[in-house]
Design a protein around this ligand. Structure first.
Ligand code: SAM
Length: 298
């Protein structure tokens, strides 16, 4: 077997052979450390019956490790210049499919049906392009793609925000949007030196595991995220003040907003960062009732 793609020597060889130059705008920071790759893959608990979706295979560093452990790997790559490279580097593996597509435009429901109907379990494993970390995660969650977990490399600062708990500085609407669906933990912190070229920021691998049940039923998930985003618009302001600006006609409907707080027993003078997901769910349900449901009844 050839040396791992993810060694500095082999990576340089591949880049030279294909005359490849990095595009910063596509978040191209390739992994060059096989130990980090083994570690990432170990967090994904892959078996022959697991299907994997990878985003951004690059020259195939992570893809080959996934192909060795999983039943099948489907990888989305936006940069057409990498297709001949991947055809070359991944030629020893017959369980990899590369799709030349922007992940954000992909019809993931169709991909699940076409590619993974025989697989018990599908997980996402990727060293993400950092410039679209949040849109990628939210696409999988909002489109309800039936994946059981995500093991994803991202900027450490974003991983900290996703895993943050109420009352901490990093806690915000991103923590709520993701923890509503998934349990989130930082699996490892990764130094800049394992990438080529090195990114400007620290990195971390985040493991997201689907919750068996969402923490609270809501009338409208989109509205829950709107309310939580609005509540953190200005972190030093109270949630009541923030919501007056965030909700449609909020200033004119002060009384309606106050009534919602009163009904669910939450002090409108609190700041967004002190509310749990369950409290945000109760608040968004009460506001949704008043702003949208009662209106349509009257
Ligand atoms: N997996 C490789 C590795 O670990 O060495 C490369 C990871 S690199 C951080 C991100 C990869 O995502 C690049 O190959 C880049 O071309 C690709 N990419 C960027 N934007 C993308 C998009 N919208 N859809 C699919 N792939 C994208």
């Amino acid at each position: 077997m050839k040396k791992d793609i993810a060694t500095p020597v082999r990576t340089k060889e591949i880049l030279e052979k294909h005359g490849f130059s990095f595009k910063k705008s596509l978040g191209q920071n390739f992994l060059i450390d096989p130990n980090v790759l083994r570690n990432i893959v170990s967090h994904a608990n892959l078996t022959e019956t697991t299907g994997v979706i990878e985003i951004g295979p690059g020259i195939g560093a992570l893809t080959e490790h996934l192909a060795r452990s999983a039943g099948k790997v489907v990888a989305f790559e936006i940069d057409g210049r990498l297709l001949p490279v991947l055809q070359d580097t991944l030629s020893p593996y017959d369980n990899v499919t590369i799709l030349h597509q922007d992940i954000l435009d992909a019809d993931l429901g169709q991909v699940m049906e076409d590619q993974f109907s025989e697989y018990e379990d599908v997980v996402v494993v990727a060293n993400l392009p950092y410039y679209i970390t949040t849109p990628i995660i939210m696409k999988f969650l909002l489109e309800r793609v039936p994946i059981s977990a995500m093991v994803i490399m991202m900027q450490k600062e974003v991983a900290d925000r996703i895993t943050a708990l109420p009352g901490t500085k990093s806690y915000g609407s991103l923590s709520i949007a993701i923890q509503y669906y998934m349990d989130a933990e930082v699996a490892m912190i990764v130094p800049k030196t394992v990438f080529m070229p090195q990114p400007n920021v620290e990195s971390a691998v985040l493991k997201l595991t689907r919750k068996e049940k969402v923490p609270a039923e809501v009338l409208n998930e989109g509205f829950l995220f709107e309310v939580s985003r609005g509540s953190f618009a200005q972190r030093r302001k109270t949630i009541f003040n923030n919501l007056q600006s965030a909700l449609p006609d909020g200033k004119a409907k002060k009384e309606l907003i106050l009534q919602a707080f009163e009904r669910i027993g939450i002090d409108p003078g609190r700041r967004g960062e002190t509310l749990t997901i369950e409290e945000f769910a109760a608040l968004s349900n009460a506001l949704y009732e008043d702003f949208y449901i009662s209106k349509s009844r009257s």
